[in-house]
Design a protein around this ligand. Structure first.
Ligand code: ADP
Ligand code: MG
Length: 351
């Protein structure tokens, strides 16, 4: 006996599916900026410009000089689970920021999206609004890609209401851009506030750094964290069972009152990971009082099969296959560096 008001199972349409996914991928303007800048980096850009109006609520525009999207591929780039970055056979073998093929369709579902791109000789433009896209039109563009997202969350007033002040959203955007700028020191970044129109005001700028990995990173950290951090930073380079730890960690005397200056990266990706933050704290435990926090920018590099980045759509959480090994590497490398520095300092004073 089937009850007459038995619920009906329906297949949702693509626009509804994209809106649901967008809830996880695009929490606030900064998450949209993160996805777009990561796409620009994946496209091999040498320079990236981010223009923001009203904390990203009315306009987010990311311009890059990367390899671009061919006009005929623009509709595909906007369809769900379409990506040029993996073939789906090995979900752990990730060498790009993106791989889920969700960002562009999600952004198209929560704002008015326009993509202009040039690949080879041809440039095209596509507009999406309310999840449906128009046809591709020819466009004029010198190189790369311009992605413009206007009126974020215009169709979801509930989400819009939860956004913070323009200033707070701009702060979060700036943080995202700076983290990615640390991850890619050889790429140039400009962040511009164009509220009210016109050229706007540059709020962050970092020209492409030169030199080897350490030199470039040191230059970039000086730019972002300041000359004082750079002067107090110890170069870290250690390895354990093919897991490498590189970067810079500041002397305990340069510690902060909060954990604001802790930047952690796994295979080039900025992450917020409890294990890594705990290891960093642990390493400084003997050198700092409880209310002080170390400052560091540390990069873990390992075979992608040893870490799962596909824990959450935003990909800022990771799971290591050997967490103990990673923790041990960080704690011992930093303790050695700090002890060496302490030793050097005391012998200098003494002698
Ligand atoms: P994902 O980055 O996970 O592949 P996205 O939805 O972010 O998914 O992008 C879909 C596809 O569109 C990408 O795989 C890439 O081929 C293309 N694309 C997106 N942004 C750019 C860009 N700035 N330059 C070149 N290609 C891009
Ligand atoms: Mg992407």
């Amino acid at each position: 006996n089937i009850s007459p008001d038995r619920p009906v199972i329906r297949q949702l349409d693509e626009a509804a599916i994209n809106r649901i996914a967008a809830g996880e991928v695009v929490e606030r303007p900064a998450s949209a900026v993160k996805e777009l800048v990561e796409n620009a980096l994946d496209a091999g850009a040498g320079r990236i410009e981010v223009c923001i109006a009203d904390g990203g609520k009315t306009l987010i525009r990311v311009t890059d000089d990367g390899h671009g999207i061919a006009p005929e591929d623009l509709p595909l780039a906007l369809s769900r689970h379409a990506t040029s970055k993996i073939d789906g056979t090995d979900l752990l073998n990730i060498h790009s920021f993106g791989f889920r093929g969700e960002a562009l369709p999600s952004l198209g579902a929560v704002g008015r999206l326009k993509i202009t791109s040039r690949a080879g000789a041809a440039a095209g433009e596509i507009v999406v609004s309310g999840g449906a896209h128009e046809t591709v039109r020819p466009a004029a563009l010198g190189k790369g890609t311009v992605v413009e997202l206007r009126d974020l969350f215009y169709a979801t007033p509930a989400r819009l209401k939860f956004l913070r002040t323009d200033r707070a959203e701009m702060q979060a955007i700036s943080d995202v851009v700076k983290r990615l700028a640390m991850a890619e020191p050889h790429v140039g970044f400009t962040l511009r506030d164009v509220s009210g129109g016109g050229e706007g005001r540059v709020t962050f700028r970092a020209d492409p750094e030169t030199g080897d990995m350490f030199e470039a990173l040191h230059g970039r950290l000086a730019r972002i964290l300041g000359a004082e951090f750079a002067e107090n930073a110890l170069a870290i380079d250690a390895e354990r069972e093919d897991i490498r730890l590189t970067g810079y960690a500041a002397l305990p005397t340069y510690s902060r009152g909060s954990a604001v200056a802790q930047y952690l990266f796994v295979n080039g990706r900025p992450v917020r990971d409890k294990l890594l933050i705990g290891a960093l704290r642990g390493a400084y435990a003997d050198f700092l009082s409880r209310d002080r926090h170390p400052a560091a920018a540390l990069f873990i590099t390992c075979d992608p099969h040893r870490v799962d980045v596909n824990v959450h759509p935003a990909k800022s959480e990771v799971r290591f296959r050997e967490p103990g090994l990673v923790r041990g590497l960080i704690v011992s490398a930093l303790r050695h560096a700090l002890a060496d520095a302490g030793h050097r300092a005391s012998t200098t004073v003494a002698g």
